[in-house]
Design a protein around this ligand. Structure first.
Ligand SMILES: Nc1ncnc2c1ncn2[C@@H]1O[C@H](COP(=O)(O)OP(=O)(O)OP(=O)(O)O)[C@@H](O)[C@H]1O
Ligand SMILES: [Mg+2]
Length: 279
């Protein structure tokens, strides 16, 4: 895809064993010859079981880890060497949101100060975040009037909103979301997913949306790539992958879905209540 904002071409990441679980000299192919493109403003969902290489792929895509082989390009150019000033600029354009927001935030700083700090680090005018003023940005993510709070004074969902606001304040082209809602209650998950979708519509940011939860990925993704043992075993428009999975591993993931997906769980529980009422 020529207009891709992010492209991975035949990218691999291998880890060498240093003893322990992975024996010395053994090579683990965490990501193994993967091709992925992300168009501006689209959401590509990455699913797969634990250990299939999703987070490694996310770090490669975000440029915070170099590939062992293959090319990662952002807006058509390879990432600059890690630590260089050009690389720091690219760090601004590709943000990452991880599972645990309390670890991503500094407990000693108010939410507003952390966002200001991130903007200052990138020499941005703190009066003008991606969404206008800092207050406007906080309001936009549902944290109106909470900028002076410290992380311990916010709920898990509010903390993730703060992390999203900080990412957004840098006007990124891409946000890599690695299990961004996995630690949250189901009802809060839905709110954050809706927020991410609204922000995408407004700011046309692209998401590489990584989750082990197929139900969550289905909710937000335009396209889906399924990973197994470091490879992409199936990819396509989200509707197609769910309606007619071609790969047996994908079929198994989807078959396991009723227990994992919030919406399917609600449907199942509602049906159970109905069945119970009939007795
Ligand atoms: N820095 C590292 N050094 C050595 N091995 C690693 C490293 N990072 C990841 N791995 C290994 O690479 C494989 C893929 O890990 P990765 O974290 O990418 O999987 P994942 O799909 O994100 O799993 P999960 O769903 O549990 O988060 C695993 O076998 C993991 O142990
Ligand atoms: Mg992971």
């Amino acid at each position: 895809m020529s207009n891709a904002v992010l492209a991975l071409q035949d990218v691999s990441r291998h880890y060498r064993g240093k003893g322990g679980l992975l024996r010395k000299g053994d090579t683990l192919r965490a990501v193994d010859g993967v091709d992925v493109t992300l168009a501006p403003g689209e959401t590509l969902g990455i699913v797969g079981e634990s250990g299939s290489g999703k987070s490694t792929l996310g770090r490669l895509a975000a440029g915070i880890e170099p590939p062992s082989a293959g090319n990662v390009t952002f807006k058509g150019k390879p990432y600059a060497p890690i630590g260089s000033s050009a690389w720091r600029r690219q760090r601004r354009d590709v943000q990452v949101v991880f599972q645990n927001p309390s670890q991503a935030l500094d407990p000693r700083l108010s939410i507003a100060d952390q966002i200001r700090g991130a903007m200052e680090a990138h020499r941005l005018d703190t009066g003008k975040s991606g969404a206008g003023s800092l207050d406007a940005l906080l309001a936009r993510v549902g944290l109106e009037g909470l900028g002076r709070r410290y992380p311990h004074q916010l709920s898990g969902g509010q903390l993730q909103r703060a992390v999203i606001a900080r990412a957004l304040s840098l006007s990124p082209d891409v946000i890599v979301c690695d299990e961004a809602v996995s630690a949250l209650d189901v009802s809060v998950q839905a709110q954050i997913l809706n927020l991410l979708q609204d922000l995408q519509a407004e700011f046309s940011v692209a998401y590489l949306f990584i989750s082990h939860d197929l139900g969550v990925v289905r909710h937000v993704s335009h396209r889906i790539a399924v990973m197994q043992h470091g490879r992409i075993v199936e990819a396509g428009p989200a509707g197609d992958v769910f309606a007619s999975p071609r790969n047996s591993y994908t079929k198994a993931l989807i078959a396991a879905l009723p227990a994992a997906s919030p919406s399917a769980r609600r449907a199942r529980d509602a049906k159970r209540r109905l069945d119970f009422a009939k007795v």
